[in-house]
Design a protein around this ligand. Sequence first.
Ligand code: ACO
Length: 365
Amino acid sequence: MTHPLKHSGLAPAPGLEGLVVAQTALSEVDGQKGELILRGRRIEELAGTMPFEHAVGHLWTDLVPISQGDLQTTFAKARMLAMAAVPAMSEAPRELDIYERMRLGICALPVDLELTSAERICGAIPVILAAAARLENGEQPVAPDPHLATAEDLLRMLSGTRPEASAVAALDRYLVTILDHGLNASTFTARVIASTGADMKDAITGAMGALKGPLHGGAPGPVLDMIDAIGTPERAADWIANELREGRRLMGFGHRVYRTRDPRADVLKAGLALLPQDNPKLRSAEAIERAALNALAIAKPDRRLDTNVEFYTAVLLNAIGIDRQLFTPLFATGRAPGWCAHVIEQQKTGRLIRPSSEYIGPMPG
Ligand code: ACO
C-alpha cells in the first residue's frame, strides 16, 4: 500500500530553505538587499561605533531588565563568578578540546540570583573561553579584571598581558558584528531547546553544538587554512580552480540567505584598517577574495556565491593574534547574547516547536 503522503510534495524544501518558523523583533536578514538589521538599526550603525556591551543592551531591550550603561558592570560581575567553574574545567579529561571544555564550563557555572541566566552566561563565556584555551596549552587560567570591558579583558585573559588598543577595538567590532543573525542553524537550535522548557544553559550549549560545523560557525579556521595553502596571491586562481574542479567548497563564500554580499564581510573588512598593516595575510586577503569570486562566478553561473562573514573573520582574528582553534569559540562568545535573546523570545510564546515529518518508509503488510 502506498502511503498517502508519499511523494506528496507536502514537505518543505530540504534544509527548510525559505520556511518562516518564528516571529522575532531581534534581527532581520534581507538576502536580496544584503542588509542586516538588529532591532531597527543596521549592523553598520552598531559595529565599530559602540562597545559590545552597548550593542548587547540594544539587542536585549525589553527582554532583559538592565540598562545599557549597567551591562559592563553586570558582565564584569558575571566574569568574576565564572572563576568558580574553572576547577571543573581543569579536572576534565585531557582529551576534551577547547570547545568541549567550554560547554562543560558553562554547565558548571554557579547560580547567582542577582543576575539573569542570560547575563550570567554571556558575561561568563569570555572567562570560560580564555581558561579553556590556557588549559589546552598547559597554562594556568588568568583571573578576570572587573574594571575592564569584555573585549579587552578577554584578550588579557588569553595572553596574560595587556592587549594593544587596536586589537581590542577590532575584537569589539567583531563581537558586535556577529551578535545576531535571524534564524540561522544555531539560533533555531536554541529556540527548539527553549521551546521544550529546558533552561538557558541547555539552549546555549546545544546552540554551540550546531554552530561548530564547517557549514556554519566552523568555517573561519578552514578559511585560514585555505589562505595558508594558497600562500601568495599569484597562486590563488590555480589553487581555487583546482578546489572547485575537485568538487570542494570554498570556505567563507556562499550563504543560505544572502544572494549578494554578506554586509558583515564589509564591516569586518573595514575593521582591518584599525590594525597594523605588516601582517602578510592582510595584504593577500583581498586578492584571494577576488580570485575566489571570479572562480565561483565561472563555476556556478546559476548561483550567486559571494563573500560571507567568515572570510574576513578569519583574516581579522588572525591579524589580532588569535589562534585558529579559538575562531569558533569566539563566534560563540559574540553570538551567545543573540541566542539568549531568542531563547527569551521563544519562552514568551510558551509554544513547543514540534514539526512533523513525511513518512517515506515501508508500511506494514
Ligand atoms: N564553494 C563552492 N560551491 C559552493 C559554495 C562554496 N562556498 N557554496 C555553495 N556552493 C555551490 C553548491 O555546491 C551548489 O552547487 P550545485 O548546485 O552545483 O550542487 C550550489 O552552490 C548551491 O549550494 P547550496 O548547498 O544549495 O547552498 P546552501 O544554501 O545550502 O549553502 C552554505 C550555504 C552552507 C553556507 C554554503 O554556501 C557553503 O557550504 N559555504 C562554505 C562554508 C561557509 O563559508 N560557511 C559559513 C557560512 S556563514 C555562517 O554560517 C556564519
